[in-house]
Design a protein around this ligand. Structure first.
Ligand SMILES: [Zn+2]
Length: 623
């Protein structure tokens, strides 16, 4: 609803009248009421109850020059209320449009109904400004709150439409680690939301979250870019300021009630009863230079005020969850407010792989190599190509990795790929091999170009594939005809598209990358393999996620902004190897391939027309 012009003018005048010195904590102490429904301690808000929240709220005030406030925190610290105080402050004082983003639209709905409605109805200076949601034309709906001089829009990070709303001076991104990495194919929801504020020189962005998995946690990476403030409190024994750390909690065997904190400076141990005084005397100290625009705060539940979460409970929780990885992860995230490092994912590192490169000649097939496959990843401006040799028990050798730059919609680029497809690769035993199967990803923007190449080079082993991220899929599935003519009829000699179980293959390959002994499943890399290649190969990790029902799911996730073509190429080359199993008898395939080498044929795999005798026994060469 558009406000009449005189209302708008009134709103502007009111916005000009607000006291610029007022901070969020001052506003909250003066006006904020905590409801009996939502709070364990109903009544007027008192910042002194949670002194560590004061500076966080005050950096959100119009008096502060900071543009972004990042809060990485555990549970039971009052961070939700600090956020509500900011919302109230914006409505009452700061004005200007505001965007409030929750992980999902459903959660935004819940926040609107539960937190926001009670914030407004129980704080008189806010209910004066915003009419109840039920009255007609009140400017107060589930996803939009209007008042004279400002408005607030609520949305979910899973809605690109919601994030594309009007310009906003204040942006509140709540629980960012639960945001999707991509929204409706339009990219990162945080970037989309932040873009709304670029026209405001005095903007504020407030980002909060409980962190999740190391390297995939958005709140942690934002915190690391910030000035990394830690709340320092004085030791009751020696007075030295320090921030509270989990390893300093000491207790007698399985007796959480005996817990004490050991001062890092004097070594004395003290009880939690000192906490109230310590918190009052505490102050935030930055531990990094940061970018000067971002104030970052980290808080663990060790700071939770007396009467909320006690050190004893924290130790109890730890003892209960320490031997169960998913529970321990939750404890680390929600109590320590820290990220969780996945054991199995951390074992494969780019440096570790680089260190075990071997002396064999790139481009040359080792003596034990029996088959050759190629994986091709199609990007908008290039093709990434990996050539892999395979031996018995799927021992693999990286033979070549290259990128060909060019426009995949132009034939020139595919002519260059042809040189790789048709190339005869020198084998250590003196013979030459052409690639057996070349798998090209059709999941990008050049589907018809990939189909066309697969159709034209089908006899040389080129296939079109499409990765499937669902768990439990076969490495490669049954091919289906995809080429259609202008009447929509499937072409008889058209290209086949093979579904590839990317998730399955990645799990297999990452297990193998951890192998240290050559042999079964071992993957070899030559000395000329670059650091960039290994960075790409390890750009994804399997992480633990929780479904809506709360059960853990392992999912492959790419590090933000990282390239991963080397990994994709390996996945496709491995899918190509699995395509060979569809053609050979799996029990005898390696014997057959060995015989193929011994017969000394120069290029065993090619079309019947070109070289009819080329195919090894049992080998069907119509692909
Ligand atoms: Zn001390």
């Amino acid at each position: 609803m558009a406000a009449p012009i005189d209302e708008l003018i009134d709103g502007c005048l009111e916005a000009l009248r607000f006291e610029p010195e007022l901070t969020v904590s001052q506003w909250a102490d003066a006006h904020r009421m905590l409801s009996g429904k939502a709070s364990a301690e109903p009544g007027p808000w008192r910042t002194e109850r949670t002194p560590y929240l004061k500076e966080i709220m005050d950096e959100l005030s119009t008096t502060s020059a900071v543009q972004r406030v990042v809060l990485m925190a555990g549970a039971q610290l009052g961070k939700t209320e600090a956020g509500s105080n900011w919302l109230g402050y914006v409505i009452a004082h700061a004005g200007g449009p505001m965007l409030m983003v929750q992980p999902t639209v459903d959660m935004a709905k819940r926040l609107s109904k539960q937190r926001l409605e009670s914030l407004i109805s129980e704080t008189p200076c806010l209910s004066e400004k915003i009419a109840p949601a039920r009255s007609r034309d009140s400017g107060n709906t589930m996803f939009a709150k209007e008042w004279a001089g400002g408005m607030m829009i609520l949305t979910g990070a899973n809605s690109a439409t919601g994030l594309r709303s009007a310009p906003c001076r204040h942006i509140f991104l709540d629980e960012v680690d639960a945001f999707p990495t991509d929204v409706d194919g339009e990219g990162d929801p945080v970037t989309l939301a932040e873009r709304r504020s670029t026209t405001f020189s005095r903007r504020k962005i407030f980002m909060t979250s409980t962190p999740t998995v190391k390297e995939f946690s958005r709140i942690e990476s934002e915190f690391l870019l910030s000035d990394q403030r830690r709340y320092h409190v004085p030791c009751p024994c020696c007075g030295v300021m320090q921030w509270l750390k989990w390893p300093q909690l000491k207790w007698e065997d399985n007796e959480p009630s005996t817990v004490l904190y050991e001062c890092e400076h004097c070594g004395e141990r003290f009880a939690e009863s000192h906490k109230t005084q310590m918190l009052t005397a505490g102050r935030w100290i930055s531990t990094a230079p940061g970018d000067r625009k971002t104030a970052g705060f980290h808080l663990s539940s060790l700071y939770s005020p007396l009467g909320w979460k006690s050190w004893e409970e924290i130790v109890e929780d730890f003892l209960r969850s320490k031997s169960d990885a998913p529970r321990l992860k939750t404890w680390v995230n929600t109590v320590l407010g820290e990220t969780w490092e996945e054991d199995y994912a951390s074992k494969v590192s780019a440096d570790g792989l680089m260190a075990r490169c071997e002396h064999y000649e790139p481009g040359m097939l080792p003596d034990k190599a029996l088959a050759l496959t190629v994986g091709v990843d199609v990007q908008d401006n290039r093709l990434a190509i990996s050539v892999w040799a395979w031996g018995r028990e799927e021992e693999g050798w990286l033979i070549d990795h290259q990128e060909i730059y060019g426009d995949p919609s132009r034939p020139e680029l595919w002519k260059q790929l042809d040189e790789v497809v048709l190339r005869e690769w020198q084998h250590g035993l003196g013979v030459k091999l052409r690639p057996d199967v070349i798998a090209i990803d059709s999941g990008g923007h050049f589907v018809s170009e990939v189909y066309q190449f697969a159709r034209e080079r089908g006899r040389q082993g080129v296939i079109a594939i499409k990765g499937q991220s669902q768990r439990g899929k076969a490495p490669i599935g049954k091919g289906s005809k995809v080429d259609v003519n202008y009447r929509g009829k499937t072409l008889k000699n058209g290209a086949l598209l093979y579904p590839v179980g990317s998730d399955t293959i990645k799990t297999t390959l990452f297990g193998r990358l951890k192998h240290n002994e050559p042999g079964h499943g071992f993957l070899h890399f030559h000395m000329e393999t670059t650091a960039e290649y290994f960075e790409q190969l390890t750009a994804e990790k399997q992480v633990l996620k929780y479904s809506r029902g709360g059960f853990p799911i392992r999912e492959w996730v790419k590090k933000p902004s990282a390239r991963n073509e080397a990994l994709d190429c390996l996945v496709y080359a491995y899918a190509a190897l699995n395509r060979m199993y569809q053609k050979y008898d799996r029990r005898t395939i390696w014997d057959q391939l060995e015989r193929r080498l011994e017969t000394g044929e120069k290029a065993p795999l090619r079309s019947r027309k070109q070289q009819p005798s080329a195919a090894a026994p049992g080998f069907v060469s119509n692909w």
